[in-house]
Design a protein around this ligand. Structure first.
Ligand code: F6R
Length: 240
């Protein structure tokens, strides 16, 4: 695991952008595993800017997202489909038909999980971008999730629902279930890039980097992946 600690969120995003841009230049038809949430916002802005400068193109890229809330579709502003459209896809030349997320509106959620597994089998990720939850989750694989799990319906931990509520307007119900790529599929990516910033991530980051490999801290499994880069700001790295 390569750990890079920097002074600020902007620097973290810059290093991440350099890594992603390098990947896209090396492999213009790359399959990107993508994440949502606050952490990658700076990175996505930098990727959109690099596209506008003509430095990179997403024309040949396919993307597979980690997760989606159960019950929310692309037309709901709180869905991850809508997040990706607003934060990245709408600003670059990626073909929408080459972007994939689990369908949170599927009638049969179990079949949707199996459909997503087949998709993941067909689209091995060159690079998987990850954030980390304050409880150590990656994707929405919460503590206690088996390391061999594939796409499944996750019951979000109370702390995750609380963390996520900041992105919802007052009075809007925060979903308590999500469809998430499993840890087995996260681990099958060729390279993993995990970003974390802020004091509230410090304990989870410690567990991921220095703790025992245990399903109680899902991110700790990354110690067993052969090509992981972790980029942290000083606050997230403060317990290391
Ligand atoms: C998002 C995802 C989650 C987030 C994590 C951190 O697609 O899979 O694991 O990366 O919850 O969220 P933020 O970045 O909002 O702190």
């Amino acid at each position: 695991m390569e750990i890079v600690t920097v002074g600020s969120y902007a620097e973290m995003s810059e290093i991440a952008a350099k890594i992603m841009i390098g990947e896209l230049k090396k492999c213009p038809r790359a399959v990107l595993g993508l994440a949502t949430g606050s952490t990658p916002l700076g990175l996505y802005k930098m990727l959109a800017d690099a596209y506008k400068r003509g430095e990179i193109s997403f024309r040949g890229v396919r993307s597979v997202n980690l997760d989606e809330y159960v019950g929310l579709g692309a037309d709901n502003g709180n869905s991850y489909a809508s997040f990706m459209n607003e934060r990245l896809f709408g600003h670059v030349d990626i073909l929408r038909e080459n972007t994939y997320l689990p369908n949170g509106l599927a009638e049969d959620l179990q079949s949707e999980c199996r459909r997503y597994d087949s998709l993941l089998d067909a689209l091995p990720r060159n690079i998987q971008l990850l954030g980390i939850g304050s409880d150590g989750h990656i994707g929405f694989n919460e503590p206690g999730t088996s390391f061999i799990e594939r796409t499944h319906i996750a019951e979000l931990a109370k702390s995750t629902v609380t963390d996520n509520s900041r992105l919802f307007e007052c009075g809007q119900a925060v979903p308590e279930r999500a469809l998430t790529m499993g840890i087995a599929d996260i681990m099958s990516a060729e390279k993993i890039l995990l970003l974390a910033n802020g004091k509230n991530k410090a304990k989870a980051v410690w567990g991921m980097v220095s703790g025992q490999v245990t399903e109680d801290c899902p991110a700790s499994i990354l110690q067993r992946h052969k090509n992981v880069t972790v980029v942290l700001d000083g606050d997230a790295a403060s317990l290391l």
